[in-house]
Design a protein around this ligand. Structure first.
Ligand SMILES: NC(=O)c1ccc[n+]([C@@H]2O[C@H](COP(=O)([O-])OP(=O)(O)OC[C@H]3O[C@@H](n4cnc5c(N)ncnc54)[C@H](OP(=O)(O)O)[C@@H]3O)[C@@H](O)[C@H]2O)c1
Length: 258
């Protein structure tokens, strides 16, 4: 199949690299400034085309432009596509109903990926009206990490947790790294300690049936140093800050999609 990507910025490029690892498909790329997509074309063995040429050839089209550009872009390009072409929108907050103003609803998928798809460790949620499209999406994104189909009314929440989540986690890595530097560690050592600790903790959480509170308790001996840190985090509103950040991100996602 010919798999097209319109808009090869951060997210479109990350997904194109994941799709390029699935054998048997040809990658087609189109970007507003084509020079920006040259390296990606080499990485994916992809062909750079104009938007209209890509749309007329592709069997599946991933739309990687900003949400506010989507309506005019699909209005112009949808009439040039083959009737059976499948459209995949990654635009934050844009509902299937809005996409269906210019795209055929039963050939359209709304996805919410995150940037770790570029290294095969992504978390992509998706919603669709036509369940027959799910196996195709799961096949094309098989090298991207995990996928989870959700009812569309939960996709904005998933956007905040998984789409925006990497930014929250990077902020945490940065803060903990600085904390380690303050205690005398070399910056590179501090960053490795923090990132590997997050990775290991996340893997244990995925592999365990235990609630995170129980896993935390197993690290927290009575009167010890960990509980001293945990109490300090509680005093400074750590959990409330994360919950408020998620709520703010959901609210903004809803606004962006309108
Ligand atoms: N970044 C994330 O973590 C993330 C996560 C989940 C979903 N998303 C979604 O992914 C989409 C893209 O976000 P992004 O962060 O990747 O933005 P980005 O880096 O700015 O990429 C957007 C790309 O679209 C290109 N473009 C603009 N107009 C175009 C047109 N008419 N035809 C072809 N290409 C065009 C831009 O090219 P020029 O730069 O040359 O103008 C740019 O390369 C958004 O809808 C966003 O909601 C992003």
């Amino acid at each position: 199949m010919k798999i097209g990507f319109i808009g090869t910025g951060n997210m479109g490029a990350a997904l194109a690299q994941a799709v390029a690892q699935v054998p048997g498909h040809q990658v087609l790329l189109s970007n507003h400034n084509p020079a920006k997509a040259q390296t990606l074309a080499q990485l994916t063995a992809g062909t750079l085309l104009s938007n209209p040429d890509l749309v007329s050839q592709a069997d599946v089209i991933f739309l990687g432009v900003k949400p506010y550009l989507l309506a005019s872009l699909t209005q112009d390009l949808a009439p040039l596509a083959k009737p059976e072409t499948v459209w995949v929108s990654m635009a934050a907050g844009v509902p299937l109903a809005s996409l269906a103003q210019h795209l055929p609803l039963d050939h359209t998928i709304r996805i919410m990926p995150n940037t770790p798809v570029a290294i095969g460790q992504g978390m992509t949620t998706y919603s669709l009206a036509n369940p027959d499209l799910a196996p195709l999406l799961e096949h094309l994104l098989a090298a991207s990490g995990r996928l989870m189909q959700l009812p569309e009314n939960l996709l904005d929440a998933a956007t905040a947790l998984a789409g925006c989540g990497p930014a929250f986690v990077y902020q945490m890595i940065e803060a903990l790294t600085d904390a380690g530097i303050e205690q005398g560690l070399k910056p590179s050592d501090a960053q490795t300690l923090v990132a590997q600790t997050l990775l290991g903790t996340a893997q244990m959480s995925l592999q365990s049936d235990k609630h995170p509170a129980q896993l935390r308790q197993e690290v927290t001996s009575p009167g010890g140093s960990t509980i001293a840190g945990v109490v300090s985090l509680e005093k400074h509103g750590f959990r409330a800050a994360l919950m408020e950040a998620t709520k703010a991100a959901v609210q903004k996602t809803k606004e962006l999609g309108q």
